[in-house]
Design a protein around this ligand. Structure first.
Ligand code: A3P
Length: 292
């Protein structure tokens, strides 16, 4: 265990956000008892986590779908490794939805029984990088960086919560046969939200009516989430976290924003490292909104 960095806490080779960590929890995470109907949403940070939390919650909880219940997303699908509201995860009624940024080798061993489901949502890493850069400069829990050039180095070195993007996605993908897991991309969700919702329902073996699917899609659009404080973490940011300037979790919500930020040289450097790390990797990444 090593905790030399002011903002990071390294545990078993993985960087956690330091101030949110509870060591006792980290040490017992792998033995946490998994139920067959548990659902884990796993993402690398800034890959569409809140969006997917919202979608899963809308699919699984009728009261969310028809707006008869008023529970913040973060409590519907709480972070597994960071129990920020001190919920009693053991007593949580089924079906439980947990959200996690953990590397594949840190999650509860019970997930390897392949009963409980894992939805892994990924996003093209250049957009992740830009989103993470802005997010880290906004929220006080994370280390701010002056320039994208500096942040690029941190990101590529994995010196951020979530560690190295390449290791995260490769690790999960290469160990996919150990889990009951479905991979879905942010870009697929962006390009065809309805179809993505249907795919998720089918993975979850959840039969929703056409109207219910419509209700999920409607409440999971960027615009609707942006104006819903429960869905966009505004309530939590306002009451629990300090920020450095005005900003939003729902920042742009687009594909290809990296083009407005990376220089030609930075982009080439990223491509070179991407190629080296992702050789023979079969999942497709969409870098541009016009790409098929
Ligand atoms: P940007 O910073 O590029 O706008 P996470 O939840 O993993 O932290 O990811 C946050 C990113 O997902 C942000 O990206 C945010 O705007 C985007 N996002 C959140 N909800 C979205 C939605 N409904 N549609 C599209 N993008 C969404």
């Amino acid at each position: 265990m090593d905790s030399t960095h002011e903002y990071l806490f390294k545990f078993k080779g993985y960087n956690f956000e330091k101030s949110l960590v509870n060591i006792e929890h980290l040490e017992t995470m792998e033995d946490f008892e998994i139920r067959d109907d548990d659902l884990f949403l796993v993402t690398y940070p800034k890959s569409g986590t809140i969006w997917s939390q919202q979608i899963l919650s809308l699919i699984c909880f009728e009261g969310h779908r028809n707006r008869t219940e008023n529970v913040p997303t973060v409590d519907r699908a709480p972070f597994f490794e960071y129990n920020i509201h001190n919920l009693d995860y053991v007593k949580m009624p089924s079906p439980r939805i947990f959200t996690s940024h953990l590397a594949y080798y840190l999650v509860p061993k019970g997930l390897k029984k392949k009963k409980a489901k894992i939805l892994y949502v990924y996003r093209n890493p250049k957009d992740v990088l830009i989103s993470y850069f802005h997010f880290s400069n906004w929220i006080v829990l994370l280390e701010a960086t002056d320039t994208i050039e500096q942040y690029l180095e941190k990101f590529l070195d994995g010196k951020v919560p979530g560690s190295c993007w390449f290791d995260h996605i490769r690790g999960w993908y290469e160990h996919r046969h150990d889990f009951n897991i479905m991979f879905l991309s942010y870009e697929d969700m962006k390009k065809d939200l309805r179809n993505s919702v249907i795919k998720i329902c089918s993975f979850l073996e959840k039969k929703l009516s056409e109207e219910d699917v419509d209700a999920v899609v409607k409440q999971a659009t960027f615009q609707n989430m942006k104006s819903d404080p429960r869905a966009n973490y505004e309530d939590i940011i306002n009451s629990e976290y300090s920020v450095r300037n005005k900003g939003y979790f729902m920042r742009k919500g687009t594909i290809g924003d990296w083009k407005h930020h990376l220089t030609v040289h930075q982009n080439e450097r990223f491509d070179m490292i991407f190629k080296r790390n992702m050789k023979n990797f079969p999942l497709k990444f969409v870098w541009d909104v016009n790409e098929e």
